[in-house]
Ligand binder design. Structure first.
Ligand SMILES: Nc1nc2c(ncn2[C@@H]2O[C@H](COP(=O)(O)OP(=O)(O)OP(=O)(O)O)[C@@H](O)[C@H]2O)c(=O)[nH]1
Length: 325
């Protein structure tokens, strides 16, 4: 486990003083087809909005970590983008990121939405994990349980079990959950934690993510921008936070956080869509994003939001490097 080693779980017998006996710690990630509910599940388990969730498929780009703190364990969740056929350099880099994550985590939760039949996309994904030289433990998560009746869920669970034989894998457990209704989340957390190695806390108590605040802020702005856009546009938007800091000279009890950010698109026509008629969409995006940032950071926010065109940034190595991909 590259990451865990970097964060330092020491050898057995060297646990730091104060680590409760039997304490477990480690890493897990959720995989699944686009829209399977991975981000929503991560957020629900962590109990705070750290990974963006939207109704658009493939909105997740960063390996955001959420941290679940329990008296008996610390579970670090990594939220990965979906795996898909790469059409651009960005696509290739994202796929490498996903495969890299699978080999680093202790547990992979495969999300299979209960309201959809298991399809070639799901079997491809699980088949890819089955091929890895170093296998993580696998848990099948039947997501969106609130959307189906018990009979359909039973059918779904049998189909999930059937994958063991078809794909030559073994589920450590199969858990139906609803992230939105908060059903079975504790059961899922228990199942994951049971598969983690014994080890010390990896992050300070209370910390919910190690993503820098600017990344979270950029993701919230991107989420707001994605609301109500269609087709290829979601993939073309990225957000760069240029400057963020508390405004000087404010009274201590009335802080104001200044955020200067740009939404970056690939074409002029897309810029027009984001701005909207007389700037109406841009205004809506700004208002929605500001509200989310204030909720996340607990400070009033002044948000200065611009739209920029970076021609074909998804295919351009220089642009991708600059944007941090
Ligand atoms: N009814 C119901 N809807 C859910 C549940 N979990 C997620 N959703 C919805 O399903 C949609 C997709 O959820 P996400 O969490 O963004 O899915 P994802 O798998 O992270 O998607 P990508 O980032 O595109 O791979 C959103 O509209 C969620 O609100 C659930 O338990 N019940």
């Amino acid at each position: 486990m590259t990451d865990a080693t970097a964060a330092g779980p020491p050898d057995e017998g060297q646990l730091p003083a104060g680590t409760p006996p039997g304490f477990r710690s480690g890493f897990a990630c959720f995989v699944g087809r686009p829209n399977a509910g991975k981000s929503t599940l991560t957020n629900a388990l962590v109990g705070s909005k750290i990974a963006i969730a939207s109704s658009k498929p493939q909105t997740t780009r960063h390996a955001i970590r959420g941290i679940v703190h329990r008296p008996d364990a610390q579970l670090v969740l990594i939220d990965t983008p979906g795996l898909h056929k790469p059409r651009t350099l960005l696509g290739e880099r994202l796929n490498d990121l996903v495969r890299g994550t699978w080999t680093e985590v202790d547990v992979v939760g495969v999300c299979l939405p209960a309201n959809e039949k298991i399809g070639p996309g799901d079997t491809y994904l699980v088949g890819e994990i089955a091929k890895l030289p170093k296998q993580p433990r696998l848990i099948a998560v039947a997501t969106k349980s609130d959307l189906v009746r018990p009979e359909r869920m039973a059918q779904h669970l049998l189909a999930i079990q059937g994958l063991e034989q078809t794909l030559g894998i073994a589920w450590s457990s199969i858990v139906p959950v609803s992230a939105t209704a908060g059903e079975q989340l504790d059961v899922l957390a228990d199942e994951i934690v049971a598969l983690l190695p014994e080890g010390p806390m990896l992050y300070p108590d209370g910390e919910i993510t190690d993503e820098p605040e600017v990344t979270l802020v950029a993701e919230l702005i991107r989420e707001a921008a994605l609301e109500g856009v269609r087709d290829e546009l979601p993939h073309s938007i990225t957000v760069e936070v240029e400057e963020m800091g508390l405004r000087e000279g404010r009274p201590e009890n009335k802080p104001l956080l200044d955020v200067y950010a740009s939404m970056i698109v690939e074409r002029d026509s897309q810029k027009g869509i984001i701005i909207g008629h007389r700037g109406s969409r841009l205004k809506e995006i700004g208002a929605a994003a500001r509200q989310q940032i204030e909720a996340l950071l607990g400070t009033p926010v002044y948000l200065d939001l611009k739209v920029k065109v970076l021609k074909e940034w998804q295919r351009n190595a220089k642009h991708l490097n600059r944007l941090g991909f």
